[in-house]
Design a protein around this ligand. Structure first.
Ligand code: NAD
Ligand code: MG
Length: 383
């Protein structure tokens, strides 16, 4: 199979290439795309020899083109090139692993082109769930979840019509047990030091605020076509049970593994077969006790904000996502206290009027409006 990886230099991109390198007989790397880390992308091209590479955030350069050409790789520049490689008939499988709204257009392009889309870029589904799932359906594309919780639910689903509820597990992040009054002063480094997973900075902060789980509730709503009231969240600090499905007969089916993204990545890559992932097997007798607790709304206000944006519908989830991206960027840059992330999102949601998410341009307009208002909220709080 020919595989294109969007977001190849990131945490998911690198884990995907690790799994792929274990199965040279099954996969050939067709194209690799990144934002601006040209040295890292060049190294990946040296190892995997794709026919095309993309630097979405870099101006065209003859010197860079020549460097990539050494490995037989044609280098393209700019955001449109992401859609170009997502559509290219020389790949059948696209790993959508760009972080944030920047991944929406290329993920949608891959779905419209009927590809098998391995979906890590949850923000695309949050912003445009109905559009993306409809496009995939129309084009005969398959959307396979890579997010560990959704991949777990997918693995546990045998009879969708008999599901009572699904339970998404959340680790609770680095501040699960910190005193509430200490949260105002936490630093980006502390927020990114996740107890169980090593991930990119944006999703690490999302895990600390639990907006990550909020985004995942919205992601699950569209992936599995379930009413929001049947999607629950529990905190499970050990990150061993990746999610559960409860059936109407009372059976609860769970998927367990060590916390290693190569497990869901290998599942999505190999599906419906099973392939080796390189992850360390779970040693049941050496395992700590597994515990579960209800999320505290005061500690994690972002979770409720996500449920309410899902309930409002239309472009509200796209506005939620945009405000979150702006607030997280500002927090990472030292311009916004951690506890103000939720406030900026809440103020932005209140300020933007509801609108239907009829097409991609309506979603992108809401994204832009959300970003503008959130940036003003950040400025007002910094003053
Ligand atoms: P990361 O920050 O490590 O990597 C992001 C990748 O996207 C990089 O290759 C970067 O070059 C590229 N990128 C960023 N902005 C871009 C732009 N404007 N145009 C083109 N490319 C751009 O992020 P990550 O942790 O790998 O996460 C990627 C996605 O997968 C996110 O949507 C995240 O929510 C999801 N996800 C990640 C994990 C994980 O364990 N890391 C788990 C579940 C889901
Ligand atoms: Mg997840």
């Amino acid at each position: 199979m020919n595989l294109t990886i969007l977001g190849a230099t990131g945490s998911i991109g690198k884990s995907t290439l690790d799994v792929v390198a274990r199965h040279p007989d099954r996969y050939r790397v067709a194209a690799l795309a990144a934002h601006s880390s040209s040295d890292a992308l060049l190294e990946l091209c040296r190892a995997h020899r794709p026919h095309t590479a993309v630097l979405a955030g870099v101006a065209p350069s003859a010197r860079l083109c020549a460097a990539f050409r050494e490995f037989g790789t044609e280098l393209l520049f700019g955001a449109e090139a992401l859609e170009h490689v997502a559509l290219d008939s020389r790949c059948e499988v696209v790993m959508a692993a760009i972080v944030g709204a920047a991944g929406l257009a290329s993920t949608l392009a891959a779905a419209r082109a009927g590809k098998r889309v391995l979906l890590a870029n949850k923000e695309a589904l949050v912003m445009a769930g109905p559009l993306l799932t409809h496009a995939a359906h129309q084009a005969g594309a398959t959307l396979l979840p890579v997010d560990s919780e959704h991949n777990a639910v997918f693995q546990c689903l045998s009879n969708a019509s008999a599901v009572r509820r699904i339970i998404l597990t959340a680790s609770g992040g680095p501040f699960r047990a910190a005193p509430l009054e200490a949260l105002d002063a936490v630093t980006p480094a502390q927020a990114c030091a996740h107890p169980n997973w090593v991930m990119g900075p944006k999703i690490s902060v999302d895990s600390a605020t639990m907006m990550n789980k909020g985004l995942e509730v919205i992601e699950a709503r569209w992936l599995f076509d379930l009413p929001p009231a049947t999607i629950e969240v529990v905190i499970h600090p050990q990150s061993i049970v990746h999610s559960l499905v409860e059936y109407i007969d009372g059976s609860l089916i769970a998927q367990l593994s060590n916390p290693d993204m190569r497990v869901p990545i290998a599942h999505a890559l190999g599906y419906p077969e099973r392939i080796a992932s390189g992850a360390r097997p779970l040693d049941l007798t050496a395992m700590k006790a597994l515990s579960f607790e209800r999320p505290d709304e005061r500690r994690f206000p972002c979770l409720r904000l996500a449920y309410s944006a899902l309930e409002r519908g239309g472009t509200a989830p796209a506005v939620l996502n945009a405000a979150n991206e702006v607030a997280v960027d500002a927090f990472l840059a030292g311009r916004l206290p951690f506890t103000s992330i939720a406030r900026v999102i809440s103020e932005t949601l209140e300020a933007v009027p509801g609108a239907p998410a009829a097409d991609l341009s309506a979603v992108m307009a809401a994204d832009e409006q959300g970003r503008r208002i959130a940036a003003a909220c950040v400025l007002a709080r910094a003053a």
